[in-house]
Design a protein around this ligand. Structure first.
Ligand SMILES: Cc1cc2nc3c(=O)[nH]c(=O)nc-3n(C[C@H](O)[C@H](O)[C@H](O)COP(=O)(O)OP(=O)(O)OC[C@H]3O[C@@H](n4cnc5c(N)ncnc54)[C@H](O)[C@@H]3O)c2cc1C
Length: 393
């Protein structure tokens, strides 16, 4: 059973990538921080996700020593966006943003393990195998109820940061969540093709659901949005059948698909908090917004939440200061609205039959983005760095 302190400056609930990064930023700023994580130490989640992180996210991790070149990752230098059965396509290149890469693809468990190592080096107190079961904001501090197998304990803090996915925030006064079930699942698999990835990621709006192919080691990570029963079928169908369907959807751009791993599936939902701060409480990452993976933006947004919260608190003696929390909420509003709205719009656009005029407008939009350099460069910068608004008091 871990020793649980009675009080700290900042308690971060959830040691996923957003929470771990926030804890590292707070520790670097000299705060007394405690991170609370339900899973056990050195047991990364069994999770097939490979995440496309923008170069901006990589920089945010590197700023607190949480990005190491030892972390297995595959660079993305170009993103090729197209649609099945329609004209207009866009290619975004690293030259558009003048960075070494547009981003990097990293396995979720590897990223979490890398962050865990960094937390230990930085001396951050982590309460492993401890679950927060409640949060109660009072005027001078927040009270967290913790369960670690040895009974219930209480931890008070001047600021509680919720990075556990969103369930705890439901009890906060005035907090509501916008929920939308897409009735879709993401099917994930590693695949090998005749043409090696060479730094190219593909986003393909295929007839039976949008698919992303992320360069992943010697092949690609497939993220394919399908109806739930269709996803179930792909999990158990034989490899040849899945490859044939996939080949039809992606066409010839990666050559012949020569192998595919077993598949896993994630149900897809949008869940967005009506506000990301309450008295002595802030929400970051999936706790603030959980979104569809079609645009590969969820964690990129979570990382920018963590960085913005640390920046908003930088000059406050009291980390739960209401003005600092309000500055955090203001700083994140535009980026979150734009990315959640853009992602949800993409899903809606390609879900079900489209009016021919909408279809034509979409083709024109993609073609215009491809040929009008300044638009494409602006769009690429938003993808890599978010829709910036900065922290203002
Ligand atoms: C199929 C798929 C593909 C994706 N691809 C991409 C991509 O390419 N790029 C991208 O940017 N994003 C992507 N995402 C989104 C990304 O995975 C999430 O945005 C990201 O994992 C959120 O990180 P987080 O730290 O906020 O939450 P999580 O990763 O969910 O971590 C939450 C942590 O909190 C812990 N926890 C939960 N409850 C408690 C509690 N009560 N007490 C203590 N600890 C608790 C959990 O054990 C966990 O460690 C994808 C998502 C899916 C489903």
């Amino acid at each position: 059973m871990a020793f649980i302190p009675e009080h700290c400056d900042i308690a971060v609930v959830g040691g996923g990538p957003s929470g771990a990064l926030a804890a590292l930023h707070f520790a670097a700023a000299g705060r007394n921080v405690v991170l609370i994580e339900a899973r056990a130490r050195a047991t990364p989640p069994r999770d097939a996700r490979a995440l496309a992180l923008s170069w901006g996210s990589r920089d945010a991790l590197a700023a607190v020593g949480a990005w190491s070149d030892d972390l297995p990752s595959t660079p993305i230098d170009r993103v090729h966006v197209s649609r099945q059965g329609g004209w207009g396509r866009t290619v975004i290149d690293r030259a558009d943003v003048q960075l070494p890469h547009l981003g990097l693809v990293v396995d979720y468990p590897q990223l979490v393990l890398g962050l865990e190592r960094r937390l230990s080096e930085a001396g951050v107190t982590v309460l492993w195998q401890t679950r927060a079961t409640g949060v109660r904001p009072l005027s001078g501090y927040s009270v967290l109820t913790l369960e670690d197998g040895g009974g219930e304990r209480v931890l008070t803090c001047r600021l509680a940061v919720l990075a556990e996915g969103g369930a705890l925030a439901a009890a906060l006064p005035g907090m509501r969540r916008l929920q939308h079930d897409y009735h879709q699942s993401a099917v994930l698999a590693h695949l090998l093709a005749e043409t090696p990835p060479a730094g190219v990621a593909y986003e393909r709006f295929a007839a039976r659901g949008p698919l992303a192919l992320l360069p992943h080691d010697d092949g690609f990570m497939l993220v394919w949005t399908r109806a739930p029963d269709d996803a179930e079928r792909l999990l158990t169908a034989d490899d040849g059948e899945v490859i044939a369907e996939l080949q039809q959807a992606i066409g010839s751009r990666i050559g012949r698909i020569v192998g595919i791993s077993p598949r896993t599936a994630f149900p897809l939902k949008l869940s967005e908090a009506s506000r990301i701060v309450a008295a002595r409480t802030a929400l970051i990452g999936n706790a603030a917004q959980t979104m569809h993976p079609v645009a590969a933006q969820g964690l990129n947004l979570g990382i920018r939440d963590a960085v913005a919260l640390a920046a908003a608190l930088a000059d406050s003696t009291d980390p739960g200061d209401a003005a600092a929390l309000a500055a955090y909420a203001r700083a994140r509003k535009r980026d979150s609205l734009a990315v959640v709205g853009f992602t949800h719009g993409l899903v809606a656009l390609f879900d079900g039959p489209r009016h021919p005029l909408v279809d034509r407008a979409y083709g024109l939009g993609m073609a215009a983005l491809d040929v009008v350099g300044p638009w494409r460069r602006r769009f690429a910068r938003h993808l890599v760095f978010g829709v910036a608004s900065g922290v203002r008091r």
